[in-house]
Design a binder for this molecule. Sequence first.
Ligand code: SAM
Length: 275
Amino acid sequence: MNLIAETDFLLKKYNLKAKKSLGQNFLISEEIVCGIAEVAEVTKEDTIIEIGPGLGTLTSKLAECAKEVIAIELDDDMIRVLTERFSLYDNVKLIHADVLKTDLKGLIADKTSVKVVANLPYYITTPIVMKLLEDDLKIEQITVMVQKEVGERFTATPNGKEYGAITVSINYYTEPSIALDVPRDNFDPVPDVDSCVVNLKVRKERAKLKNEKNFFRVIKAAFSQRRKNIANSLMGVGKSKQEVKEMLDALGLDSNLRAENLSLETFVKIADYIS
Ligand code: SAM
């Protein structure tokens, strides 16, 4: 199938132009579309939540491989295209809504084996991924196209500049990996950045925390002043210099370390200490 011609045909047929404000960059590579379905290990047992189906390029592949696709699209124009395109499919359910305001838990309440697969709108990548994780959905894995730099932040290891609060949060909920590198010329219109497909395997067992809120407070405090050493930045959780010093001594942590030097396990220890 020639996805360049198909995308062009659909945009012309419906007299549409890609909307930059909604992050519309359509996939035009059959190889990448198939690659995404493979990475997500989509089978006929699976219900797929697709975010931002756009013209339906990836949706059509997912509908072929999965039991069912629930596709959530905000744009009225895209919904018009999708409604006609999938009118004869009995396993594609279209939801015309903002994914950030959608009750995802309700949508999949009676489903088993749920995966999220999407070429995400880049202007809200992190809020979408965090919503998927924080909503505590019964999902096995999330396979999403993201901006390359974002993928690198999701999968970073300690001691580098990409390692940040989002890395620790993503690692708390999932085991992340970059599955495919996707150069910018695989999209129409061509975006200003390269992309990658990340696979986030949702952990069945997360780190046991005494208080999850404190864990996120600690991460936020540590990274919001990432240039400072932890003896100073951790005072941001409402502790005095002396209390922070006592904690670091008790945990055997060098007070000159910075947030980027701390592993997920260390953040868990700090959060548990203050809880
Ligand atoms: N899946 C298509 C593809 O791969 O060609 C389109 C992907 S495009 C990068 C992102 C899609 O997300 C667009 O169709 C856009 O309209 C949609 N979108 C943007 N913001 C959204 C939101 N808040 N909720 C749901 N869909 C959204």
